[in-house]
Design a protein around this ligand. Structure first.
Ligand code: GDP
Ligand code: K
Ligand code: MG
Length: 297
């Protein structure tokens, strides 16, 4: 019997939409990183904490590394790269359906300087024929000195537990950093905002998503066990405000109902959600606004 406690911080890197958030949510078993089929859904580092009797892994879900297109993009890339010096291991996740491309090579170049164990996770194997897997593996062989390679399906769970068991076995002996019942270090306020933003991404048209931020203005616990949450959805143009509010306020109502259900699940209490929509032109390129929205440290 080996009673030593293993622990450490592991960053998850990969192009947008390869399934990083889906994997994290599967492992942690609660919805903490929002998911969608649109790139750049994750804007902040989100830690998911996985704890067992003899191990703890603190996962860092990074925004996708990509060529920056705005100051927000810049911040996202910086944020992803800066984590690499602080972690014990790195998971480089790729999509089994896609050929290795420039986006992957951009990340591989940066990982060449990382002296920590790097694991290749080939995700979405539920979408490919098993014969194709060897080709994908060949594609990445020699790109980096991988400690191990795991084909997985984050969506269906295939091979995920085996992957976790290996990560734990390889982690050094260490302390339990967070209490057993803690699954993330982000405050409820942040997650509530992310859940609202997720519904906006899910329900609105293509032109809206990348222009949206959500600020939770107030969380107030009421006596009857009900929580009042007031939040503002921020967009760049009046036309986007119109889309989010919808005909007769219908869209905003749908966003509110769906977000409220998820927030209730997270908080374990009844929630009363009040949403406003505000136009802030070019907030993505305004340093000061980024800071007030929580995207700058
Ligand atoms: P991220 O940008 O890397 O965090 O990617 P997400 O976790 O947001 O996932 C992007 C999209 O891929 C979502 O629509 C997911 O449902 C989908 N997805 C993630 N993992 C898998 C998988 O293992 N199989 C399939 N078929 N889809 C997946
Ligand atoms: K995504
Ligand atoms: Mg993500």
């Amino acid at each position: 019997m080996n009673n030593k406690f293993h622990s450490g911080f592991i960053a998850i890197l990969g192009r947008p939409n390869v399934g990083k958030s889906t994997f994290l949510n599967r492992i942690i078993g609660q919805k903490i990183a929002i998911m969608s089929d649109k790139a750049q859904t994750t804007r902040n580092k989100i830690q998911g904490i996985y704890t067992t009797d003899d191990a703890q892994i603190v996962f860092i879900d990074t925004p996708g590394i990509h060529k920056p297109q705005s100051r927000l993009g810049d911040f996202m890339v910086e944020s992803a790269l800066s984590t690499l010096n602080e972690v014990d291991a790195v998971i480089f996740m790729v999509n089994a359906e896609q050929k290795r491309g420039r986006g992957d090579d951009f990340i591989i170049e940066r990982l060449k300087n990382v002296k920590k164990p790097i694991y290749l996770a080939i995700n979405k194997i539920d979408r490919i024929h098993p014969d194709h897997l060897l080709e994908v593996m060949d594609d990445y062989r020699g790109a980096l000195d991988f400690k191990d390679v795991f084909p997985i399906s984050a969506l269906q769970g295939n091979n995920c537990q085996e992957f976790i068991d290996t990560l734990i076995k390889d982690l050094p002996e260490g302390p339990q950093y967070y209490p057993t019942d803690q699954v993330t270090d982000h405050p409820e306020r942040f997650i509530a905002g992310e859940l609202i933003r997720e519904k906006v991404l899910e329900l609105t048209r293509e032109e809206v998503p990348h222009s949206v931020a959500v600020v939770v203005d107030r969380i107030k616990r009421r006596d009857e066990g009900k929580i009042l949450i007031q939040a503002t959805i921020i967009v760049e143009r009046a036309s986007q405000k119109g889309i989010i509010i919808g005909k007769g306020g219908k869209m905003l109502k749908t966003i509110g109902v769906k977000a409220r259900k998820d927030i209730e699940l997270m908080m374990g209490d009844k929630v009363y959600l009040e949403l406003w929509v505000k136009v802030m032109p070019n907030w993505k390129d305004r340093q000061i606004d980024l800071r007030s929205l929580g995207y700058k440290q």
